[in-house]
Design a binder for this molecule. Structure first.
Ligand SMILES: NC(=O)c1ccc[n+]([C@@H]2O[C@H](COP(=O)([O-])OP(=O)(O)OC[C@H]3O[C@@H](n4cnc5c(N)ncnc54)[C@H](OP(=O)(O)O)[C@@H]3O)[C@@H](O)[C@H]2O)c1
Length: 298
């Protein structure tokens, strides 16, 4: 199965959109846990050698942030050692790699968006394991691309937008049924930039022909809180839902969430390559394209 581009984590949220976008004009093969576990160095090498791609889009990861907190070893094994295995295989076959990293590499306490030059200080095991992944990939390959992305949602997989749409319809159903409704409480003291996975796929496609290497922030423009994001979802879906802002203290989680992990795409801007839209415009496009399907699937 030789191909131009190999996508790891091809059945994940981002992986599915990478497969869809790049398949339009490249031969693309996708691999996920069903094919092999990236913790297995020999098998990783074997499969990537067989596929012999020019580019590997490495989207596979252990992404359960709270799960990582409780399973440090697994998080490091998948997100750092697994990334190293993929990078070593890329070096062997002469492939370029795009490694998808996260806003969680920062402490989340800054009073302005983080640039690529800011000091990292991950506060969660997930963030630590993804930062370790960045470092091992950079150690193995001089010409890698690291894209730090954030707050993903998309057509596939589980994500915040889908959850909110489900809860919104549930509340409407209860209201019509004459049942008492409790307002939906959403955290209003954590800020970031929601990103549609298809925008990340398009941004990846825009970068690749330029042969750029190094670390780039690639998130939607602007920022909002989870509460602001929720309000925008319901407004765009024309769903009249009772939503109330609340603080993070009301929803304690095993892994502490950053207060503000907004990134600025400084290096993409400098290269004239930043095509990430404003988060709200992007959300509207996503719901325009997929909102009806999502509502029908409930
Ligand atoms: N989601 C976000 O908000 C977010 C934010 C910033 C950065 N990122 C990064 O963006 C990338 C894509 O995220 P996503 O949300 O699309 O993730 P996702 O939906 O969880 O997809 C990741 C895929 O990787 C697979 N995988 C897990 N462990 C593996 C292993 N040991 N070997 C091979 N495959 C394995 C998963 O399989 P299973 O589902 O069967 O476990 C899943 O199909 C990741 O690198 C993530 O760290 C995500």
């Amino acid at each position: 199965m030789a191909c131009d581009i190999l996508v790891t984590g091809c059945r994940g949220q981002l992986g599915r959109d990478l497969m869809a976008l790049f398949s339009a004009d490249h031969s693309v093969c996708g691999v996920d846990l069903e094919e092999f576990d990236i913790r297995d160095r020999e098998r990783t090498l074997e499969v990537i050698q067989e596929a012999d791609p020019g580019i590997v889009l490495h989207a596979a990861a252990y992404t359960d942030v709270d799960g990582c907190e409780e399973n440090r070893e697994l998080a490091m094994a998948v997100n750092a050692d697994g990334a190293e295995n993929v990078a070593l295989a890329c070096r062997k076959v002469g492939a370029r790699i795009v490694y998808y990293s996260t806003d969680y590499v920062f402490d989340g306490n800054a009073d302005r968006p983080y640039t690529e030059d800011d000091q990292t200080d991950p506060q969660t095991v997930y963030g630590q394991s993804k930062l370790a992944g960045e470092q091992v990939v950079q150690g193995v390959l001089d010409d890698c691309v690291i894209l730090r992305i954030a707050w993903l949602y998309g057509r596939h997989g589980r994500n915040f937008v889908k959850t909110m749409i489900k809860l919104g319809f549930q509340q409407r159903h209860d209201l019509h049924g004459g049942r008492e409704i409790a307002p939906l409480k959403v955290v209003d003291d954590q800020f970031g930039a929601p990103c549609w996975t298809m925008d990340i796929a398009r941004q990846t496609r825009a970068i690749l022909p330029r042969q750029l290497t190094g670390l780039f922030h690639a998130t939607s423009e602007g920022e909002t809180s989870w509460y602001g994001f929720t309000q925008a979802i319901f407004a765009t879906m024309n769903l009249d839902v009772v939503v109330e802002p609340c603080t993070s203290d009301e929803f304690p989680r095993p892994a502490p969430r950053p207060k503000r992990s907004t990134l600025t795409n400084q290096r993409l801007n400098e290269a004239g390559l930043n095509i990430m839209p404003d988060w709200k415009t992007s959300l509207e496009s996503f719901l325009h394209d997929h909102g009806k399907e999502l509502a029908c699937e409930l």
